[in-house]
Design a binder for this molecule. Structure first.
Ligand SMILES: Cc1cc2nc3c(=O)[nH]c(=O)nc-3n(C[C@H](O)[C@H](O)[C@H](O)COP(=O)(O)O)c2cc1C
Length: 151
């Protein structure tokens, strides 16, 4: 199974750590949007898309990459994120990205999220929140999520 994980992890490397655990299970390559051409995804059986959450959405670099995909082929995908706070009910960013990927021909077979160390203002004033996240339990959950994708 050929798997590529497209990941933007700019704040603390939180999402990158999750991506690497998933990549270990899936035998995947982790790349940034700038390191891969959309056409390179054509030969993939499964593509992961992940980033931290910034202003209640995925990172703009990841969203731009997805928006610019041609959407010609049906492929499987999964979506993952780390964020300082849980996803609010009024802003379902995981579902929004899954829907956008659906418009691009992807069948989204799973989503994963966990907390990540967050120093976004005003949390910075108190030294940040989620200091040890993603932690062992988060990374174990990420591993199990990836194992289910291979089943
Ligand atoms: C400028 C900025 C904006 C952020 N906005 C949000 C947000 O809207 N919701 C949230 O839950 N976390 C927010 N965060 C926290 C990040 O999503 C969190 O730290 C994430 O784990 C960062 O992932 P990374 O280290 O892989 O980049 C924000 C962080 C920064 C620096």
């Amino acid at each position: 199974m050929k798997v590529v994980i497209v990941c933007v992890s700019v704040s603390h490397g939180n999402t990158e750590r999750v991506a690497e655990v998933m990549a270990g299970v899936l035998g995947a390559r982790v790349v940034s949007p700038e390191e891969i051409e959309p056409a390179d995804l054509d030969s993939c059986d499964l593509v992961g898309f992940g980033s931290g959450i910034f202003g209640m959405d995925f990172h703009p670099r990841l969203l731009r990459f997805v928006e610019e995909l041609p959407g010609e082929q049906r492929r499987k995908a999964f979506v993952f994120t780390t964020s300082g706070l849980p996803e609010p009910p009024f802003r379902r960013y995981l579902r929004r990205l899954a829907r956008l990927l659906g418009h691009k021909g992807f069948d989204v077979v799973g989503t994963f999220s966990c907390r990540g160390f967050d120093t976004w203002f005003p949390f910075r004033l108190v030294g940040g929140i989620g200091k040890n996240r993603p932690g062992t339990a988060d990374l174990d959950a990420a591993r199990r999520f990836a194992e289910r994708l291979t089943a």
